[in-house]
Design a protein around this ligand. Structure first.
Ligand code: ATP
Length: 162
């Protein structure tokens, strides 16, 4: 009988230790995620903007970014590709982003979109345009890139298609 009590005691301790370790890991992962991303809720369109933290992004306020993103119009268009339209988002005289507005897909595609952009946010390479963040709203998805002021490589190599 004594043995059974001891075993029950050890099993209980193990279970409690397991649960506590799970909670600690979850809290640490959540804190790491929060440190990496700045999430702005966009009450107006019912969506959210996630900006990956960097010294450059740090200086932006959520208000400025949200207001300017919502104000994008046809006059800001710089090009379009197979997946959507690209706009120039001017923050101030010296700062601009390229915002790609994507066509909406199914719920599974939306989840895939978020997973993929989180992964792309970790890629830093001088030959790959930096993804600074993304926005998901009921009517659209946006990808927020570093703005390349010298136009597309295709136009540079082959000229304008007239
Ligand atoms: N980061 C950027 N900075 C400045 N302009 C951009 C940027 N990204 C895209 N553009 C402009 O928008 C156009 C369309 O770009 P997009 O990435 O949507 O399509 P693509 O790469 O040309 O083709 P596809 O998406 O069909 O493969 C480009 O040709 C370019 O003129």
């Amino acid at each position: 009988m004594g043995n059974v009590r001891v075993i029950a005691f050890y099993i209980t301790i193990c279970c409690i230790a397991f649960i506590i370790s799970k909670i600690v890991v979850s809290v640490l992962l959540y804190r790491r995620w929060k440190r990496k991303n700045m999430v702005y809720s966009d009450g107006f369109s019912g969506g959210k903007i996630v900006m990956f933290r960097s010294p450059f992004i740090q200086s932006l306020t959520s208000d400025v970014l949200l207001k300017k993103t919502l104000k994008l119009s046809n006059k800001d268009i710089v090009g379009s590709g197979g997946f959507g339209t690209v706009y120039r988002l001017m923050i101030n005289e010296s700062t601009a982003f390229a915002v790609k507005r994507l066509h909406r897909g199914t719920a599974e595609m939306e989840r895939g979109f978020e997973r993929e952009v989180e992964a792309m946010g970790d890629i830093k390479h001088r030959n790959i345009v930096t993804l600074h963040g993304y926005c998901t709203a009921p009517q659209y998805n946006l990808l927020i890139y570093e703005f390349m002021p010298n136009g597309s490589l295709d136009t540079f190599l082959h000229g304008m298609n007239l």
